[in-house]
Design a protein around this ligand. Structure first.
Ligand code: AP5
Ligand code: ZN
Length: 216
């Protein structure tokens, strides 16, 4: 299965992707996590991405598309993948179509997570992520770790993401509406979009997603 996850910042894409990828036996590919790993390793790509991420803006397409393409061509992604945070504008969606076409492949579905804006603001305000791996995600009230400030998955220290400050969140939501939302119509025209509500408990949303996705 080749699936794209789309939804506003804080919708729960990363949280759901972890469960869905496991259920579907495909890798979870998050461009945000790839950028954060590059930042913590101090790579040139990380240095380049950091200033855009801090400002809540998109990292330039030429950087992002190349990185996503390399990751999709890793051996573990041969049987499929769950893309989280990519594509994020029409140019990236067209580039993804071109990459897949070149490989003789196509997307199976685009899963659109719908959440009202006041809820995403609450989710982002309480989010804490792991220093060792930014895909280990918790929430101070909705998804508490067993020990305060400590990652359940690896024991790492939990902290608040740099771009989760209120002014940056506002910018990220603006960028989502202006640049990312148009890709939903692009994929609707291809008959790929499945929209579900991302409200409710994490496990309820996962079940809703599993029921909504095409079986294959
Ligand atoms: P990225 O890391 O992709 O951030 P995002 O899209 O803004 O999404 P988030 O990670 O904020 O939220 P999420 O939907 O994954 O929610 P989560 O599961 O954590 O991108 C960051 C930046 O990188 C971008 O701004 C950009 O600069 C750059 N970038 C990345 N990709 C790019 C691209 N393709 N092109 C250009 N630039 C790119 O959940 C949120 C919180 O809610 C958590 O605390 C969680 O525990 C909690 N939660 C989850 N589900 C529930 C639930 N059901 N009920 C209650 N709480 C819940
Ligand atoms: Zn961890």
């Amino acid at each position: 299965m080749r699936i794209v996850l789309v939804g506003p910042p804080g919708a729960g894409k990363g949280t759901q992707a972890a469960y869905l990828a496991k259920n579907l036996s495909i890798p979870h590919i998050s461009t945000g996590d790839l950028f954060r790993a590059n930042i913590s390793q101090g790579t040139p790509l990380g240095v380049q991405a950091q200033e855009y991420m801090r400002a809540g803006r998109l990292v330039p397409d030429e950087v992002t598309i190349g990185m996503a393409k390399d990751r999709m061509h890793q051996p573990d992604a041969e049987q499929g993948f769950l893309l989280d945070g990519f594509p994020r504008n029409l140019a990236q969606a067209e580039a993804l179509d071109a990459i897949l076409k070149q490989d003789g492949l196509r997307l199976d579905a685009v899963l659109d997570l719908e959440v009202p804006e006041d809820e995403v603001v609450k989710r982002i305000a309480g989010r804490r992520i792991c220093r060792n791996d930014s895909s280990h995600v918790f929430h101070v009230t909705y998804n508490q770790p067993q020990a305060e400030g400590v990652c359940d998955a690896c024991g790492g220290e939990l902290y608040q993401r740099d771009d989760d400050r209120e002014d940056t969140v506002r910018k990220r939501l603006e960028v989502y509406h202006s640049e990312t939302e148009p890709i939903i119509d692009y994929y609707k025209a291809q008959g790929l979009v499945v929209t579900i509500s991302a409200l409710g408990k994490v496990a309820e949303v996962t079940q809703r997603a599993m029921e909504a996705l095409p079986s294959r």
